[in-house]
Design a protein around this ligand. Structure first.
Ligand code: UDP
Length: 241
């Protein structure tokens, strides 16, 4: 189980986590609350990489649905993730946590480019590395970015904080009898098309044996509970584990 055995994890938060009760955008109070939780996780001695989505600001698919060129819209989405990364960096540094933002789209006035060995050094020095702009290419999502960074940074797990407390066999918001899985195999997620992360992200985690821990970030204090194994979550991992 997840209990205290992680040395290094990648925490993926969807952009919506930052908007609080607002319909879109960034709510500074909410960012501060999430940052405090991230700090608490870091204070346990964990090495922490962060990836934050951009869905609270812009999603490429939504733009494409309204007639925009998909790739162009996706680049806008990637820029949204950089804004979120900067907001989280600000909130963490206000709490005294050292951070670096590394973006897959280079913008040297605001952050570093993604350089794996440099990121490695930041983690050794106790800094949190926030990876922005996903994989840096359109037609992907930040879930794929999270899986890619988790693999190259050799993270022990990918923690996915969402608005649902795990993976269910039906939509728990619509079906009252929906059952939450404790564990699931990567192949089951892919074959049943369960909405955990997009397929490319799940396949990358499977091929690199990175467990995906899905939990609710809306519940206060949950990151710590998930780390010590006491929280509510679903683990996607190799069959037989
Ligand atoms: N995006 C992209 N390539 C990437 C990562 C993100 O094109 O590698 C774009 C894509 O348009 C996506 C948007 O950025 O919709 C925001 O990311 P995502 O939807 O993953 O955010 P989340 O749902 O996690 O908030």
């Amino acid at each position: 189980m997840a209990s205290g055995r992680y040395r290094r994890v990648l925490l993926k938060l969807s952009g919506e986590v930052l908007m609080g009760d607002q319909p879109f955008g960034i709510d500074p109070d909410t960012v501060a609350r999430v940052a405090a939780e991230v700090k608490a996780a870091k204070d346990t001695g964990l090495e922490l990489c962060l990836v934050i989505g951009g869905g609270n600001i812009f999603r490429g698919m939504a733009g494409a649905a309204k007639g925009m060129d998909r790739a162009q819209a996706d680049y806008m989405g990637m820029l949204a993730t950089v804004m979120n990364a900067l907001a989280m960096q600000n909130a963490l540094e206000q709490l005294g946590v050292q951070t670096r933002v590394q973006s897959a789209i280079e913008m040297d006035k605001v952050c570093e480019p993604v350089i794996r060995r440099r990121a490695e050094r930041h983690l050794e020095k106790g800094r949190i590395v926030i990876f922005a702009a996903g994989v840096g290419a359109p037609y992907f999502t930040t879930d794929s970015g999270a899986a890619l960074r988790a693999a190259e940074m050799k993270c022990d797990a990918l923690l996915k904080g969402t608005s649902v407390d795990g993976v269910y066999d039906a939509d728990p918001k619509k079906v009252t009898t929906a059952k939450r899985y404790q564990t699931l195999s990567y192949d089951r997620v892919l074959s049943d098309n369960l909405k955990v992360m997009d397929a490319s992200a799940v396949a990358l985690c499977r091929d690199n044996s990175i467990p995906i821990v899905v939990f609710s970030i809306r519940e206060q204090g949950n990151i710590l509970k998930v780390l010590d194994g006491s929280g509510t979550f679903t683990v996607v991992q190799q069959e037989g584990n």
